[in-house]
Design a protein around this ligand. Structure first.
Ligand code: PYC
Length: 317
């Protein structure tokens, strides 16, 4: 190992099976300025840290990285920038649940409430004595209902475009079984749909979410979520569940405060609820409750003598 190797202290957790890797020390210093500046600085000057943390050989496609930072807003306790194998995320629901478990593991947060600053807004978090974690996400809303797209190799697909901290295209009717035995068909379908939705004037949509009824008692729905870098979310997706709640609220299918149990493709669950922020505008404050487990505490060694020190980037990057 070279004498000038850098060391990043990371804590790994999973939230309903979806991994989060929080960089708690040794990461790039992005300063205390506004988030737009920090994200640009991360992308332009330190993107190789993103790659080193989430790409192989240290990471894998589903890993969401999180750089713990000082908050920008004065009413927040912590700040975070989420990133993955394809770039930077505005928010991440499973990641915020994982971050809270990580902070508790480090002794930096005890059961109670805190506020976390993200590039798209402040998120309130609550850790119960039993370990349940609830996050009240940024304002979420449905942008467009029943958007039809002609998808090459599939035909006409109908879905809603909604925002839950990230942008989603949500499809109820697709004819596919949401089952792990069907992963390649689900990936092929959602990748084609995303490309068509982007080409049709919704370039901001980077997640595609399919729904079906759940085979398990107690869950209203099961989903499959395609993430920006092509991996699927193992958890029910916090920002995706927020977008779903916005659509249910707009359609009058779920009342304020009522629970919505969203199951993931591997059977893990989030319970979502919402509060109206502005009914006329369809703006809601979604609260997502789940659990996360810390499963590694490690030091990543960035040795310039290692030919894959900065990760194996996707060919498309
Ligand atoms: O939970 O919001 C989420 C999320 C986004 C991408 C992966 N997980």
């Amino acid at each position: 190992m070279s004498a000038v190797a850098q060391r990043l202290h990371v804590i790994d957790s999973h939230t309903g099976g979806e991994p989060t890797r929080v960089v708690v020390a040794g990461g790039p210093d992005l300063g205390n300025g506004p988030w737009e500046e920090r994200v640009v600085r991360f992308r332009e000057k330190f993107d190789r840290y993103r790659s080193a943390v989430v790409h192989e050989p240290r990471g894998s496609d589903p890993v969401v990285g999180a750089l713990l930072c000082p908050p920008h807003r004065s009413d927040c306790d912590f700040g975070v920038i989420y990133f993955n194998n394809s770039g930077y995320l505005g928010m991440c629901g499973h990641g915020t649940i994982g971050l809270v478990a990580t902070l508790a593991h480090l002794g930096r947060f005890a059961p109670g409430v805190c506020r976390i600053d993200t590039p798209v807004g402040a998120v309130d978090a609550q850790l119960s004595a039993q370990g349940d974690i609830s996050i009240t996400n940024v304002a979420s809303y449905r942008h467009a209902k029943d958007v039809t797209v002609q998808v090459p190799g599939i035909g006409v697909v109908r879905g809603d475009v909604a925002y839950g901290g990230n942008w989603f295209y949500l499809i109820e009717t697709h004819g596919l079984g949401i089952d792990r035995a069907n992963l390649s068909a689900l990936a092929d379908y959602t990748n084609r749909v995303r490309q068509a939705v982007n080409e049709q004037g919704h370039p901001e949509v980077d997640h595609v979410e399919l729904f079906a009824s759940s085979p398990s008692p107690g869950a209203q729905s099961r989903n499959y979520v395609l993430c920006p870098g092509g991996a699927h979310d193992r958890s029910p997706c916090g920002t995706g569940t927020s977008a779903k709640l916005a659509c249910l609220a707009a359609d009058g299918k779920l009342g304020e405060g009522e629970p919505w149990v969203q199951e993931s493709i591997i059977g893990s669950r989030f319970t979502g609820r919402y509060r109206w922020l502005d009914r006329a505008k369809g703006l809601i404050a979604p609260t997502i409750t789940g659990t996360a487990h810390v499963n590694a505490e490690s030091v990543l060694i960035l040795d310039p003598g290692d030919p894959f020190c900065w990760g194996i980037r996707d060919a498309a990057e």
